[in-house]
Ligand binder design. Structure first.
Ligand code: FES
Length: 84
């Protein structure tokens, strides 16, 4: 078995700090992360959109799909998988 080192950062005081259907940007060390609640869990994606680096944490969410505020590309808020 291979040991993996993780560094944990506290980015919220409670899970209720983000309302369902909202997304917010937090700092975890030197990284910016887009956090959003979905089906009882908190999901995290890199804050930089794969298209041109738009701030996903400033996007909007509908039915678990996070829309980038710059050009409207859609991603599943937990898996990051693109949606047409
Ligand atoms: S930068 Fe996100 S859709 Fe273009």
């Amino acid at each position: 078995m291979t040991a993996t080192n993780h560094i944990w950062f506290k980015v919220l005081n409670t899970r209720n700090d983000i309302a369902e259907g909202r997304v917010t940007t937090v700092s975890a060390g030197h990284r910016q992360v887009a956090l959003s609640p979905f089906e009882g869990k908190i999901c995290a994606l890199d804050n930089a959109c794969p298209h041109q680096g738009g701030p996903l944490g400033e996007g909007s969410i509908e039915n678990g799909i996070l829309r980038c505020p710059w050009h409207g590309w859609d991603y599943h808020s937990c898996t990051g998988k693109g949606h047409p």
